[in-house]
Design a protein around this ligand. Structure first.
Ligand code: MN
Length: 297
């Protein structure tokens, strides 16, 4: 029974950070029994900084690590995994948006889910800071390690490393292969943008309508927004897009400058750059705009 008390309090930190009248995240309860199929999941979380929340069910809650760069398939990569507060089991079905201003405000995508299988006793391993386990996810499989870094346990940040074992699921040449290959939700198929525009969406609701939801509903919501929101929203949108890597400007003009500037030994002044790009007929507006944005940096 003392274990039960420990479970209860393990969610206190989680609850203290959130206002459940404002966020759709679950308040949560610890789960009793049923440890044979331990849940594993990763939530891609576009908060202040994009990160991947790696969660493993243990003792009725989800042990959680925020992996800044996401999991790597390359065994040589050691990805920083900041240990964060335990989350309720139901959190593993959460996909949607946490309102701005609330803790962790931003978009949450269920990037992967499945079960995990500890190698050895998971409680002892977790306490020692050396977990080895097999993932049976939709996207991540095979053996992995979570290793607590040296340092005092009372340090503010509890840093661990997420490391892929060398097995058939490893990829030494492209550790980011899984992250690059899968950009949509493992459960609803939605992109981050679609989730951000679709408001809260629970897995249980999505599961019934997933076939229809992707093409029809998601697109409809996208079109609706600008009409519905008169003035406040447009100002917010560009700010968000700056964060997404896909929003970064194309590289090609920069290459042209390099090629051009190699002809003259002089560095390019803003006015010269503008004058030169003015001669370029095709896409001249784009290039001038881009040149201006470079100058502005
Ligand atoms: Mn997070």
């Amino acid at each position: 029974m003392p274990a039960k008390t420990a479970m209860r309090s393990s969610l206190e930190r989680y609850r203290a950070k959130r206002d459940f009248s404002r966020t759709d995240e679950p308040e949560g309860a610890t789960r009793k029994g049923g440890t044979s199929d331990r849940r594993y999941l990763i939530q891609k979380h576009d908060a202040t900084r994009l990160h991947y929340d790696f969660r493993l069910e243990l003792d009725g809650t989800l042990k959680s690590w925020a992996v800044t760069k996401g999991p790597s398939l390359d065994p040589a990569d050691k990805r920083l995994a900041v240990h964060v507060e335990d989350h309720p089991i139901e959190y593993g079905s959460f996909e949607g948006t946490i309102p701005e201003g609330q803790y962790g405000g931003g978009t949450v995508m269920l990037w992967d889910e499945g079960t995990w299988e500890p190698i050895g006793d998971p409680r002892t391993a977790y306490a020692k800071g050396r977990l080895t386990f097999v993932l049976h996810g939709k996207r991540l499989k095979g053996e992995w390690h979570l290793v607590r870094m040296g340092g005092r346990s009372n340090d503010k940040r509890d840093n661990w490393l997420l490391i892929k074992s060398n097995d058939e699921y490893a990829d030494e040449k492209n550790g980011d292969r899984a992250l690059e290959r899968y950009s949509t939700s493992a459960t609803s198929g939605r992109s981050m943008t679609a989730i951000a525009k679709g408001n809260k969406q629970w897995k249980s609701k999505v599961a019934n309508t997933s076939k229809r939801l992707k093409p029809a509903k998601a697109r409809k919501v996208v079109k609706k927004r600008p009409r519905k929101r008169p003035r406040k929203r447009p100002r917010k949108r560009p700010k968000k897009q700056q964060r997404s890597p896909s929003a970064s400007p194309p590289r090609r003009p920069a290459t042209r400058h390099r090629v051009l500037s190699s002809r003259s030994s002089q560095p390019w002044s803003a006015s010269r750059r503008r004058a030169t790009t003015g001669f370029m007929k095709s896409n001249s507006m784009v290039i001038v705009h881009f040149a201006a944005s470079i100058t502005a940096r």
